[in-house]
Design a protein around this ligand. Sequence first.
Ligand code: 6CS
Length: 281
Amino acid sequence: MKTRILASAVSISVLAAIAGGISASAADLKQLKEQGFARIAIANEPPYTAVGADGKVSGAAPDVARVIFERLGIKEVVASISEYGAMIPGLQAGRHDAITAGLFMKQERCNAVAYSEPILCDAEAFALRKGNPLKLTSYKDIANNTNAKIGAPGGGTEEKLALQAGVPRERVIVVPDGQSGIKMLQDGRIDVYSLPVLSIHDLLDKAKDPNLEVVAPVVGAPVYCDGAAFRKQDVALRDAFDGELKKLKESGEFAKLIEPYGFSAKAAMSTTRDKQCTAAQ
Ligand code: 6CS
């Protein structure tokens, strides 16, 4: 079974037109089977989600979703790339049937969507100049440094953590994607780029820049876990997804799917949606 990315604006608009009818109401299993595919939101942030030059979608989150949807009788998964901050509005507007992108569970998000049980857990990290000249190991350190600028995804967890730590809005720079973040760091437009640990390591492994280094975990930041996110009215679909996720976890297939990407199956299996939704701000 394959996952394809919406290759062109035309296909996006076509699908949006289709979606307008089918998914304005609740998308249940029967509808998705008739639709023939599940539309997932992704971010293209390896190893959570990745889109190859050929448009092929991979990453731990789509890989788990693909297997589960197939077992639910939905043969194909169609992905569209979205900024984290736009994923939930897009889901609620019926442009996606699920978010499978590493969208971390937090109280605010748990109030807005129906999350599955945990899938991918990770701590937060900083990419910064070699030697960490500004001595930044926490979001509070960035707030306390009167000039330091942090780059983070728009509507993402790291942006929120920086603002909550007291970094003024004008020093929290929205970064559209990983490559841009590394370039902005290299050009000195930001002093630190923050993403989850596995994402930052993936970027620096590819950048091969000896002038950059990783600080991980970010002191004082929690370990977050994502789940697949569904519309609140699609709880039956979410429960069906959870039923297959539970089987994957129990059979050992879950570990085989996510651990090659660097994720820990044990971390996801040692917590629950309820714990993540109440603990994480
Ligand atoms: O859930 C979030 O907001 C964060 N999740 C990932 C996988 N990357 C960055 C993003 O801010």
